[in-house]
Ligand binder design. Structure first.
Ligand SMILES: *Cc1c(COP(=O)(O)O)cnc(C)c1O
Ligand SMILES: [Zn+2]
Length: 415
């Protein structure tokens, strides 16, 4: 925890030293920001030194993290992050933006963005001597924690809604976590897990509750800085699109860019755009009403990873857009299926929540918020293999024919 100084409440500003045992602010309940010693970081590391690291995971940014390297080299835990960024000129042209990049978080060890948070959380658990880590999850956070726990032989307990996609539940079980499916939604799993952690003394990883998840997720911002910004100098801000449920990914990405800004390593702050389904739009609603007060909704979107009634990181999520001159965009669920199909055609297999960000980018172009002269980056937060049912709805069915040339010819002639 070398560069970790303490916490500051994102709502009331109260500060806490690094030995503080709570998860959120004990005065107002706000989410805590992790404070780093930027002067010390500046003295010990430079961007060049980071860029020349041979570590091909998020651990290449260790000097900017509030944890020590937990070890476990050569395991899934030590290979989270440093996901590829693809450039698609064809798609950029079709949609009407300048350059277009897609960062594929489906390439993480358990196939979603959540691996970033979970690997950092295991490191933190090791430092504070927490034997059991517990999380509530719509599926991916649990799969990530279960996978990282398996890689490090840690003990993980996962609460998820019983309606989570089968592939995600299969991951939880295969990784050998203690899985408890809740006959309710994500929000009810969240509340139950917090109570259980208090009662049994488990370390709680919950998204938008434990301050360290955003510290893991911020590493995606470091990668965008290294992989895209450092190689494509521009006076204009990059427009980054990310889907939003609890609001922790977008807050984490914002934190990462703020760290870089604080260090004087970021020439132009990107604009950050949050995308939600119209059917799970609590943070969009707050942003549109110019308030930081988050009013719960009754979420019904098919994008299960962002189906959240009461977002747990809403205040910081609103700020990620307002403080970077970004915006929130709400899209209908039909646009998500279209997004899966369009991303697929450039070789990216997205789960619904990942395609949501892409659909939001398209809508931003249609609304005139960005255009030809603006560069954009879409974060695909999870692999399409996570939710094959939605993929099949997006893609349609393949024809079935008899295994004969006659049948094939009849089929070809019919087309
Ligand atoms: C968790 C998740 C999100 C949303 O992240 P929040 O921090 O809840 O806003 C988006 N996409 C995928 C695939 C996820 O697993
Ligand atoms: Zn507070």
């Amino acid at each position: 925890m070398g560069n970790f100084v303490g916490y500051q409440c994102s709502v009331c500003g109260k500060t806490f030293d690094r030995d503080y045992k709570g998860y959120t602010c004990d005065s107002c309940g706000g989410n805590l920001n992790v404070i780093l010693d930027y002067e010390k970081i500046k003295q010990t590391v430079t961007p060049e030194k980071i860029f020349s690291s041979s570590e091909k995971s998020l651990w290449r940014y260790l000097p900017l993290l509030p944890v020590e390297d937990p070890g476990f080299e050569g395991t899934a835990l030590h290979s989270a992050g440093f996901t590829p960024v693809y450039k698609s000129d064809k798609l950029a042209q079709k949609i009407g933006v300048g350059k277009l990049w897609i960062k594929d978080e489906g390439r993480n060890p358990t196939a979603s963005f959540k691996d970033r948070a979970s690997s950092i959380l295991i490191a933190r658990a090791k430092e504070i001597g927490a034997e059991t880590i517990c999380t509530a999850s719509t599926g991916n956070a649990g799969a990530a924690l279960a996978g990282m726990a398996a890689a490090s032989q840690w003990k993980a307990i996962i609460f998820a809604p019983k309606t989570a996609p089968q592939a995600k539940i299969a991951q939880l079980l295969v990784f050998g976590a203690q899985v408890i499916l809740v006959d309710g939604n994500y929000d009810s799993a969240f509340d139950l897990s917090v109570e259980a952690c208090e009662k049994y003394g488990w370390y709680c990883r919950n998204t938008g509750y434990n301050a360290f998840t955003a510290e893991g997720k911020k590493t995606a911002a470091f990668e965008i800085w290294e992989q895209v910004l450092s190689k494509n100098a521009s006076d204009k801000p990059l427009n980054i699109f990310v889907s939003v449920g609890d609001g922790n990914i977008i807050s984490g990405i914002h934190k990462g860019f703020k760290d870089l800004h604080e260090l004087g390593w970021l020439p132009v702050m990107p604009r950050i755009f949050g995308v939600q389904s119209e059917k799970s739009a609590a943070i969009f609603n707050a942003w549109a009403a110019h308030t930081e007060t988050i009013t719960p909704v009754s979420a019904t979107t098919i994008a299960d990873s962002i189906s959240v009634d009461l977002p747990r990181d809403g205040v910081r999520a609103v700020r990620a857009a307002t403080e970077t001159n970004g915006a929130y965009i709400a899209i209908p669920d039909e646009a998500i299926y279209e997004g899966i199909s369009e991303l697929g055609k450039v070789g990216v297999f997205a789960e619904p929540a990942g395609a949501t960000a892409f659909a939001g980018m398209k809508k931003a172009v249609a609304m005139g918020i960005i255009g030809q002269e603006d560069d954009a980056l879409v974060v695909n937060t999870g692999s399409g293999l996570k939710d094959v049912r939605s993929a099949m709805i997006a893609a349609g069915q393949a024809p079935v024919i008899a295994p004969t040339m006659e049948a094939l010819e009849a089929f070809i002639n019919k087309k």
